[in-house]
Design a protein around this ligand. Structure first.
Ligand SMILES: [Zn+2]
Length: 134
């Protein structure tokens, strides 16, 4: 059977994402979130196809989502310019130790909150939380 998939708009994804997070509060993987949002968008006539990294970017840009990043250690020699989570430019942060000499370099993303030190943190799993209203 051949299925026809529609590509939802950002607004459609955002509103489905909001419904899903209001229902579940926490979704502990990007794959699961994609499944739930796809189900939420589905109608009797239409099926939707969503790219998981597009969904993650929309989630990062939504004010009701709190993203938690689980990571593994990567190659310390690897240079990173772009955020592996949201593709934003990483900001280089230098930390001088109180004893002078030693400098540790960290990279930080101002968009999604990702950071990494010398031992690179490679995102492995994402957990999506409904952000509490202040
Ligand atoms: Zn980022």
């Amino acid at each position: 059977m051949f299925m026809n998939y529609h590509i939802p708009t950002d607004e459609q994804i955002k509103s489905a994402l909001k419904k899903v997070l209001k229902k579940y509060r926490t979704v502990n993987s990007q794959y699961k979130l994609k499944e739930l949002v796809t189900k939420e968008l589905k109608t009797k006539k239409e099926n939707f196809g969503i790219n998981p990294s597009r969904l993650r970017k929309i989630a990062i840009n939504s004010d009701f989502v709190k993203l938690e990043i689980h990571s593994r250690e990567g190659d310390p020699k690897k240079l990173m310019n772009r955020c592996p989570v949201c593709n934003w430019n990483l900001k280089r942060v230098k930390n001088l130790t109180i004893w002078g000499g030693e400098v540790t370099i960290e990279y930080k993303c101002n968009k999604c909150g990702y950071w990494t030190g010398k031992k690179k943190r490679i995102p492995k799993r994402y957990v999506f939380h409904l952000k509490k209203k202040k």
